[in-house]
Ligand binder design. Structure first.
Ligand code: CMC
Length: 432
C-alpha cells in the first residue's frame, strides 16, 4: 500500500503558482507535497519542532492522537499487550507480520544465542564512575558494539537480520550488567533456558550466590511494559535514528544516538522525573495542589512530568494500560505504595483543572510506568533504560524502512538565518 494522490493543490506566492499534489495515507491523514517548493519559489517552510512536517511515509505505526489510538502494523497496542509476548511484537515491528509458533521459537533461539556481549566489553563497565547514569553507559556500549562486531559496519554485506537480533538481545544484557555494576555485584550471564523477559529479570536480580525466583506476574508486567513502548512513529528519538542513519551511519551508531535523544526529560527521561516528582510531593507535605499551581505558572519552567503529548490530545492509550498494570502489580505484591495514591490524586485534579483541559493535557505513557518498575525492583535511574529496551524494535523498524525507502535522502533541514550580515575580521589588537 502506498500513499494515494487524491487531489491537486496550488501555492500562490510572489505572483507565482506552484502546483502540488495532496496525498492520503491508509488511515485518511492528508499531506501536501512541497518537495519542489524551494526549487520553484525560492521559499522554505518554517516549522520549529516539525509540528506540521511529515518527514516520511511509514507502514510501521499508526497514531490517532485525537481518538487515542496506537497500532503497530495495524494491530491495536492493547490487543498486542493482551495476547503477545514482547519478542512477538519485536518480530512484528521488524518483519511486518506476527510470527507463527515455529518462527517465534526460531527467533527466541536466535535471541538466546546472541545474548552474550564480548568478554572485553565487560571491562568497560568497571571504568565508569560510580554514579554514572545508566543511559550514558547504554549509549556508549551500543556504539561500542560496532567495534566488537566490525563486519557489521559494511552496509552491503552485513546480515542485517543477524545484526538486529544481536542488538535486541545484547541491549538487555548491557542494561542488566550496568545495573549490577552500579550496585557493586558481579554480572549474571544470560541463560538459554529462559525467555526474553525472565532472562532480563534473572540477570538483574539473581547473583552468582543467590538464585532469585522469577515471579510470573512480574514477567507478564515487564512483557506488557516493553510492548507499550515498542514504537511510536516519528517521535524525537525515532527521528534521530532515521536522521543519523540517513547519513549512512551504521545501525549501532544510529541507535546509540536514539538512546541519547530518549534520555531527555521531555521524552523518555520523563519516567524517571515522574517518580522523583511524586517522591518530592510525598516527602514534603503531600500537597498535590501546590505542584499543579507550579506547573500552571507561565513564569515557571516546571512542567507536570508524565503529562501532555505532542500527538495525543486525548488519553494516551499506553497510559491506560500502564495504569491498570500498575494497580495489578501493586495488588499482587500486597503492598500499598503511597506514591500510587499521590499519582491518582494528581491525575484526578489535573484532569479537572481548566488549564489542563483547555490544553488537552492528559497522562502520557510515563506517568504510571515508573510506579510499576518500582514494584519490579528496578531502580529509578534505570527507568529510561527500560524504555530504551522496549523502544529498540521500533527504532530498528524505522531505520530499516528508511534504508529501503527510495524517497529517503540525507536529513538536512533548512533555516532562516537571523545573524549578522557580512562583516570583516578586525585584527585582534584593534578589537574593543
Ligand atoms: N505541564 C504543564 N503545562 C504543560 C505541560 C505539562 N506537562 N505540557 C504542555 N504544557 C503546556 C505548555 O506550557 C503550553 O502552554 P501554553 O499554550 O500556555 O504556552 C501548552 O501546554 C502546549 O505545550 P507545548 O510545549 O507546545 O507542547 P509540545 O507538543 O511541544 O510538548 C511535551 C509535548 C510532551 C514535550 C510536553 O507536554 C511536556 O513537556 N510534557 C512533560 C514531559 C513529559 O511527560 N514527556 C513525556 C512525553 S510521552 C513519552 C514520549 O514518547 O516521549
Amino acid at each position: 500500500m502506498k500513499m494515494e494522490k487524491i487531489e491537486n493543490a496550488e501555492i500562490h506566492v510572489d505572483n507565482r503558482k506552484l502546483a502540488c499534489s495532496v496525498y492520503r495515507g491508509t488511515e485518511g491523514e492528508r499531506a501536501i507535497d512541497i518537495r519542489k517548493l524551494r526549487k520553484e519559489t525560492g521559499l522554505i517552510t518554517y516549522d520549529p519542532g516539525f509540528v506540521n512536517t511529515g518527514s516520511c511515509a511509514s507502514k510501521v505505526t499508526f497514531i490517532d492522537g485525537e481518538k487515542g489510538i496506537l497500532r503497530y502494523r495495524g494491530y491495536d497496542v492493547a490487543d498486542l499487550a493482551e495476547k503477545c509476548e514482547f519478542v512477538e511484537v519485536a518480530y512484528l515491528l521488524i518483519h511486518g507480520s506476527l510470527p507463527n509458533a515455529e518462527q517465534k521459537a526460531h527467533y527466541s533461539r536466535l535471541l538466546n544465542e546472541h545474548s552474550m556481549i564480548h568478554e572485553d566489553m565487560k571491562e568497560f563497565f568497571s571504568h565508569y564512575p560510580e554514579h554514572s547514569h545508566p543511559m550514558a553507559i547504554l549509549s556508549a556500549m551500543v556504539v561500542s558494539l560496532s567495534s566488537f562486531y566490525p563486519e557489521l559496519n559494511d552496509g552491503d554485506k552485513e546480515d542485517l537480520a543477524m545484526t538486529v537480533t544481536r542488538m535486541i538481545s545484547k541491549l538487555r544484557t548491557i542494561a542488566a550488567f550496568s545495573y549490577k555494576k552500579s550496585i557493586g555485584e558481579p554480572a549474571v550471564y544470560p541463560r538459554h533456558d529462559l525467555r526474553y523477559c525472565e532472562n532480563f529479570l534473572n540477570m538483574m536480580f539473581s547473583s552468582p550466590v543467590r538464585k532469585e525466583p522469577i515471579d510470573p506476574v512480574m514477567t507478564e508486567a515487564l512483557n506488557k511494559l516493553l510492548i507499550i513502548h515498542a514504537d511510536h512513529e516519528q517521535n524525537c528519538s525515532a527521528s534521530v535514528v532515521r536522521s543519523v542513519g540517513s547519513a549512512g551511519a551504521n545501525l549501532y551508531a544510529s541507535i546509540s544516538a536514539g538512546i541519547c535523544a530518549l534520555w531527555g526529560p521531555l521524552h523518555g527521561g520523563a519516567n524517571q522525573h515522574v517518580i522523583e516528582m511524586l517522591e518530592e510531593i510525598y516527602q514534603e507535605d503531600g500537597d498535590v495542589d501546590k505542584l499543579i499551581e507550579r506547573a500552571k505558572n507561565p513564569r515557571s519552567p516546571f512542567r507536570l512530568m508524565g503529562f501532555g503529548h505532542r500527538v495525543y490530545k486525548s488519553y494516551d492509550p499506553r497510559a491506560k494500560i500502564a495504569k491498570e498494570l500498575c494497580k495489578k502489580v501493586i495488588a499482587a505484591t500486597n503492598k500499598n505504595d503511597p506514591l500510587l495514591d499521590i499519582a491518582l490524586e494528581l491525575e484526578e485534579k489535573a484532569l479537572a483543572d481548566p488549564y489542563f483541559q483547555e490544553r488537552n493535557l492528559y497522562p502520557n505513557v510515563d506517568f504510571y510506568t515508573g510506579l510499576t518498575y518500582r514494584e519490579l525492583g528496578i531502580p529509578t535511574n534505570m527507568f529510561t533504560v527500560m524504555f530504551a529496551i522496549g523502544r529498540l524494535p521500533g527504532w530498528i523498524a524505522q531505520w530499516l524502512e528508511m534504508k529501503k525507502d527510495p524517497d529517503s535522502r540525507i536529513s538536512r533541514p533548512r533555516q532562516i538565518y537571523t545573524g549578522p550580515n557580512a562583516r570583516r575580521v578586525v585584527p585582534i589588537n584593534e578589537r574593543k
